[in-house]
Design a protein around this ligand. Structure first.
Ligand code: BDR
Ligand code: CA
Length: 317
């Protein structure tokens, strides 16, 4: 069982990532960042998700804005609250601190392997929002790169974006932070849009999840119904939504479900049309540069859906 620190901006798929990570890892903490919604909302949403599921995991709030640009959010996909759809219960919990970066640095130093990686006790950082907190932690403590088994990222992609033609939301929202992380020397797994768009949740899947009948499954079904509709409206597609963030959790907890290839990946910081793009050397044209990222190319969609349904069923047991 890996240990995980989950950095997120809930967000529908972030909430589901929390539910998965809590069941399939030792989840040491959840840190929040500005992204899908303002920090105050993403922190609330992380707390609400854990509260609903009866999970005792500390939440530490982090960066309220990206390193350089102003904060930008995604109400078109996630609603103004960041968790549009279900009726949210009254919050009875509070964040453990507003020092997510401090918490990440201290936890990795206390629990990560040093100075070399210890394969028997992997500690992973799973990052499924803009990479601001992760970059600040690595900048303060570059040794984290070697103490972590790795960082599994939902962000970027090979070939297409979703906020611009080239850029995916999490990288687009804080490209400078992404650059710090991608050049940190840490072991990186990138679950980008080319991968996550293979894990589509359709209406029949939402019905199956609703049929599980427990409150966490109902909450998830309400989230997914809203999310699939928002995707359909924003991108003129069928009512189905990609389960982006769960892919990054599964890359750590169920690595056999995801096929990756080593690639050299850089973050575009200056392009007129491409700022925030993950530039992937698909054909090794820069053979002088060593691969810095395990890029996800394929996910076993049906098996991943089974894991999700079994996990949600377990919250009723
Ligand atoms: C990413 O952006 C957010 O909307 C999702 O939570 C996911 O992390 C997909 O581009
Ligand atoms: Ca997210």
């Amino acid at each position: 069982r890996p240990r995980i620190l989950l950095d997120c901006d809930p967000g529908h798929d972030d909430a589901i990532a929390i539910l998965l990570a809590a069941r399939h890892s030792e989840l040491l903490g959840v840190t929040t960042v500005s992204g899908n919604a303002p920090l105050e909302r993403t922190t609330r949403n992380a707390l609400v998700t854990l509260q609903l599921a009866g999970l005792d995991v500390p939440v530490h709030a982090g960066a309220a804005r990206p390193l350089v640009e102003r904060a930008r959010h995604a109400p078109d996909i996630h609603g103004a609250s960041g968790l549009g759809g279900p009726e949210l219960p009254e919050l009875t919990r509070r964040a453990a601190s507003e020092e997510a970066v401090r918490f990440i640095v201290d936890t990795v130093r206390a629990h990560g392997s040093q100075p070399h990686r210890d394969p028997t006790a992997p500690l992973w950082l799973v990052a499924v929002g803009p990479l601001t907190n992760v970059a600040l932690a690595l900048r303060e403590a570059p040794d984290l790169a070697q103490r972590l088994a790795g960082i599994a990222i939902m962000g970027g992609g090979v070939g297409f974006g979703n906020r611009t033609m080239a850029a995916e939301f999490n990288i687009w929202a804080d490209p400078e932070a992404a650059e710090v992380v991608f050049s940190s020397g840490a072991t990186l797994i990138m679950c980008g849009l080319n991968l996550t768009h293979q894990f589509m949740i359709r209406e029949a899947d939402v019905a199956r999840i609703r049929g599980l009948g427990n409150p966490v499954a109902t909450f998830t079904a309400d989230l997914l119904a809203f999310y699939a509709r928002a995707y359909a409206e924003a991108f003129f597609t069928r009512p189905e939504g990609p389960l982006h963030d769960p892919c990054a959790v599964l890359a750590v907890t169920h690595p056999h479900l995801i096929r990756t290839e080593p690639r050299h990946v850089r973050i575009e910081l200056r392009g007129e049309h491409t700022r925030g793009m993950t530039v992937v050397d698909e054909r090794g044209v820069r053979s002088d540069l060593t691969p810095n990222v395990q890029v996800g190319y394929e996910i076993a969609r049906e098996a991943a859906l089974e894991v999700l349904c079994e996990t949600l069923a377990s919250y009723g047991a």
